[in-house]
Design a protein around this ligand. Structure first.
Ligand code: OGA
Ligand code: MN
Length: 294
């Protein structure tokens, strides 16, 4: 068996895995090698893959249970549909309201980790490009593990050991108060989670925060927002960031427990479609340890 060939994406985190056909790799029984790289490097890039929906679903299932935010809306017998991040068709509960759909897409331009407002939150997002733009439309990742390790103690001590509250509507309100009122953003009650996620596989710590965060235990509302903003700013300095410019077929997989991400704007008239499957965390990923009483 040949070793996987990896090349660092940045000096601090992330690797490109090359020389393999991802769709064939999972059925060949070598998923554990990818999982080990995921826990070690926090982000994996596979370029220009032949990666259809079936392969996408198969890789996601190898990581764990697929997140299905619309399970409660689906009729009996209706199948899970792979979510798309797209300005082409409005594949969201906001379908039909193009203005709102656009604002919803713009919320992705805020640094976040996916589904911190859902229990269980997301372990990973497996994102693959179907239609790409000629400019803009990059996806950026920021290592909150590397940032946490480098953080000056005065900032670190203000958040260490405290819980953080998250709600879906919070990130939407930063874009538009009207958008934040939509029922889709009020489906889940607030979550209360530790600010540091320890990966049970290797004991590595990472700050766990998102655009959906609004309150830090022990601080008032204004202090909380100021501290969260300061932490996000620290974590997203260039040395902790990888920016990915998409080609069709690229597959990007990241550890939501240790990485924040955001999209970047692109010319509106250009179509852009990414397929996205989130996988939920399970006990072995640290689910029980991260939760605080609500
Ligand atoms: C996502 C996301 C950003 C992008 O799929 O969760 O935030 O670049 N995407 O579209
Ligand atoms: Mn996202």
């Amino acid at each position: 068996m040949t070793e996987l060939k990896t090349t660092p994406l940045t000096p601090n985190f992330g690797v490109e895995v090359s020389g393999l056909a991802l769709a064939d790799f999972v059925p060949s029984g070598r998923f554990e090698e990818l999982r080990a790289l995921f826990d070690e490097h926090s982000a994996l890039l596979f370029r220009r893959q032949d990666f259809d929906d079936a392969a996408h679903l198969e890789l996601a299932r190898a990581f764990g249970p697929i997140e299905d935010r619309k399970a409660d809306e689906r009729e009996e017998g209706e199948e899970f549909v792979i979510p798309q991040v797209t300005n082409v068709t409005a594949d969201s509960s906001l379908a039909g309201d193009i203005g709102m759909h656009q604002l919803h897409l713009e919320s992705n331009f805020l640094w976040h980790s996916d589904s911190t407002f859902i229990m269980p939150p997301a372990l990973t997002n497996i994102l693959t490009a179907r239609v790409v733009t000629t400019e803009g439309g990059a996806t950026e990742l920021a290592s909150t593990r590397a940032a946490w390790a480098a953080m000056p103690s005065d900032l670190r001590e203000r958040i260490e050991g405290r819980g953080i509250w998250h709600h879906y509507s919070v990130s939407r309100a930063k874009i538009s108060p009207e958008l934040a009122k939509h029922p889709m953003f009020h489906k889940w009650p607030a979550t209360h989670l530790k600010s540091v996620w320890i990966n049970p596989a290797n004991g590595r710590e990472a700050l766990y925060l998102a655009s959906h965060a609004y309150k830090v235990d022990g601080f008032d509302d204004a202090q909380s927002v100021a501290l969260l903003d300061e932490l996000i700013e620290y974590c997203t300095q260039p040395e902790f960031v990888y920016s990915h410019t998409w080609d069709v077929g690229d597959v990007l997989v990241w550890d939501q427990r240790a990485v924040m991400h955001r999209g970047t704007p692109w010319p509106q008239e250009q179509p852009r479609t990414l397929s996205s499957i989130c996988v939920s965390v399970t006990e072995s990923d640290g689910l029980n340890d991260i939760q605080l009483p609500t």
